[in-house]
Design a protein around this ligand. Sequence first.
Ligand code: WTA
Length: 703
Amino acid sequence: MTENSENEVSESQIAVHWREEEYFDPPPAFTAQANANDPAILERFSEDKFPDCFTEYADMLAWDQKWDTVLDTSNAPFWKWFGGGKLNACYNCVDRHAAANPDKTAVIWVPELEEDETVRISYGELLRQVNEFAAMLRDFAGLDTGDRVTLHMPMVPQAIVTMLACARIGIVHSQVFGGFSGNACGTRIADSGSRVLITMDGYFRAGSITDHKVKADEAVAEAARQGQEVDKVLVWRRHQGEYASATPMADGRDFFVDEHIGDYAGQVVEPVSQPSEAPLFLMYTSGTTGRPKGAQHSTGGYLAYVTGTSKYYQDIHPDDVYWCLADIGWITGHSYIVYGPLSLGTTTVIYEGVPNYPDAGRPWRIAEELGVNIFHTSPTSIRMLRKVGPDEPAKYNYHFKTMTTVGEPIEPEVWRWYYHSVGKDKAAITDTWWQTETGGFLGSTLPGLQPMKPGSCGPGALGIYPVIYDEDRNEIPKGIGRAGNICIRNPWPGIMQTVWGQPERFLDVYYRKYNSDPESKDWHDWPYFAGDGALEADDGYFRILGRIDDVINVAGHRLGTKELESAALTVPEVAEAAAVPVIDDIRGRMVEMYISLKPGFSAGPEMEGKVTKAIEVEIGKIARPKNVWIVPDMPKTRSGKIMRRVIASVSNFTDVGDVTTLANPEVVEGIKHQVQSAKVARGDTPRELSQTELAEIQAFGNE
Ligand code: WTA
């Protein structure tokens, strides 16, 4: 059974209608200076030029040895890009710029507390720090090319130094988002086979320092439970010489970086020349089963793809000041804070804390003070900033030339606030649709050439040819208002190489559904299945509806329902658990948990608290459910499957649909009464849902 076969009824069967939005033309002043402002570029990436068109991206890099094959399909769909080529990612992101322009600022770090000083790190200084830490990784931690190492770091420049030091030696870094719990980190340590964990003692969030090192202890214990020993934990300190955590340092296992790095002062570690196909990093993401998937990204193909798309879509020039508010621990941070921007030799800004600390004007103050001219964030942050400070942007004198949005669909109304208020009608917006697995952008407008349309990401990115299929691989024509499963017909250099340690799952999840000949070596036979529902308008622009698998996108974070449910099931009293999405005006979606208890236990706030706590421990606070509903019985099919679409409809006050085929239709009314009257009492009733939101809820978890 494939991972997606449970979801036979997707948005594809539901006709969706929406109002066509009007176009916004790119501002002429922007187009005049854009990296991509000559329509000939569209010609260079036309389908008949595939795959050679992507050598334009590879040529942006410095190679130690040039590739001899652009695309090798002999082991389809495990594509090999730029085979025979050799390069080093750290060299490309640091050394070549440090040599040309050592004093140029590479990284600007803005600590959360406004009274703390902003830190500027030049390319020359970055090279020194990366070399010293690489020496420590090699000689102190005993790491070598090909080893995996897990990073659990907040938004500090040491996270960038650590990633690049790994890349310098060819150590495969696996960075876990700092907001994930110790247990979630431990699971990823075990899956990747890391014996070294790199972390930090604490960091500032909403005005106070959090204890982060405590999670390292939990992570190491969890990894050990899963059979993976960690023999060294390297701990960066937020304040050198001062320990921000209450947890003791384990003797012989935990080491403060600042107490040892001095031994490597001035050392130089030669960048290891890596085959294009060598893995650069793993990035874990959620899927339908409880076990997270480690998307494995390559060195040459990945770096070429993020460099090229940073240049043409983010419009990065070396003199720009680029600020992406995403977390380094997610794919957006890897591709579009670290690797893409630094490969182009620009200045990348990172900010430690929450965007509205200490007030809603903070992002715009930072932009003004640092001269940020490219801004990149998520719909959730935009919705939040709009809510807390709709008039704040007007008070500050900054000038954005482009603004990006990523991670979730953006409502046209929110888009317009972003355009008019944040961009002051002067910036081009790129709505970039892509995924952890895809390395870089798949759908977006080219900001200097293609008009924007609120709510649609745009056409396929350069060299990307999307298609929408129904369940039987019939192509759904554009412009008919019908949604289906969006796929990419061709491979591209940024695509992940495999799921770490689970090649079968890679095939199952992303390729089996629409592949008709498993022996085929022809890429035409292997469309990439993205797992999103989408529609294509007459103009070839795509509107992404959201996940069609059992994934809930909370504030741009992918949470698997199975992970949430298994976390709830760690509470001994819980018999059954089901996770469903509830529409939220700020975070897009939030999670609600439905729980039934084993006989003899009773519902109550204490039990609800236990479930919430279990989810925080197993996954992290980001997954904290909005509500936990303890119900006497779950609505089920005759084969015993929990009907998630029914409870999702209850949570969202939408029509529960036909329940007569359930084994126990009589429970639905009771659940509805229990949940909805509690919500009404709290004033938590939803606005009217859009057609696409309705479709998502009413098809949720269907089989
Ligand atoms: C969703 C984040 C609409 C989509 C880079 C995708 C989007 C999932 C957009 C990947 C967008 C991402 N418009 N939906 N511009 N960008 N998504 O792996 O459902 O964290 O499959 O990668 O986010 O999330 P991931």
